[in-house]
Design a protein around this ligand. Sequence first.
Ligand code: MLT
Length: 337
Amino acid sequence: MYHKNKLTKVLSLTLALAFSATALNAQAKTFKVAVGDGAGGTQHELGKKFSAELKERTGNKHKAKLFLNGQLGSEQDTVNDAAIGTLDFSILAINNVTPFSPSVGILTLPYMIQSLDDAVALTQGEVGKELVENTIRDAGVRIIGWAYSGFRVLTNSKRPITTLEDLQGVVVRVPKNEIMIDTYKAWGINPTPMAWSETFTALQQRVVDGQDNPYITNYAMKFDEVQKYITNIRYLFSIEPLIVSEAVFQDQKPAVQKAILEAGEAATQHSAAWLKDQEANIKKELASRGMEISDPANGEKEWIEKAKTAVWPKYIDSIGGKDKLNSVLKSLGREGV
Ligand code: MLT
């Protein structure tokens, strides 16, 4: 009796394994992953971890090949390509997803996210789940992982900036993101919207004087070669989702879908730990390469007031209304508006 039961169990297990191997084998392929940033950044780290986890979880059958430095197109173009299924995956900054799915703007409202803990709470909690659903509906892409990249600091080649007065006359590149454009307008300048893939050359040729991105991104993009000054503004905590084409995702067998989702989750956990480990060292490294770092004057008070007063009311509807905003603020332990 015991042997019969045992044999049945072994047979079922063998059949189950054979079934899942067949399910995985059926579509064995190498997925293409567009990555906006260069090697050594948070996007790259998320992509490497995702790729390793996917390979392991599919018994080496499915691979993810990373194409760094915007080789597969500008970050916003990769959203379009994934939506129509000509690209499998992309890792890009959240601000480049907002134009396709406005409610994602909750993550790019100036001074909304005040720490890595806020970023983790929003992306991995109820808000994150809702944004995943909205992005599938609006943009045809599914967010399956998040890289956490730290605050976007302002860099420029002209002069040290600590006050809004210092900022006047500096030509700053921003992503094609209305919330960010309006934030700079609230600070008194007209920024230059430009694709990420064109930014290094524009800084090098002095078409623009500055830009903002996190320390790790500035390092991965070698911006220290073309920028001298850093201002530690904290208006946006950069979050960089890993998206998969919903068409490509739906085309996969359930076992592969499960592996993709689990690999994305493992990569997300890794990203938060990696940021904590790396950011301070990279800041030191940029300083040792000659970058001059300053803090905004008066605890950034003027920057915060101007941005929140002008930008928040304008985008309340697009991010889901006042009640939505207040429930998000409450979930972060903050006062409503
Ligand atoms: C941008 O500035 O367009 C993005 O934040 C760049 C990035 O993906 O790191």
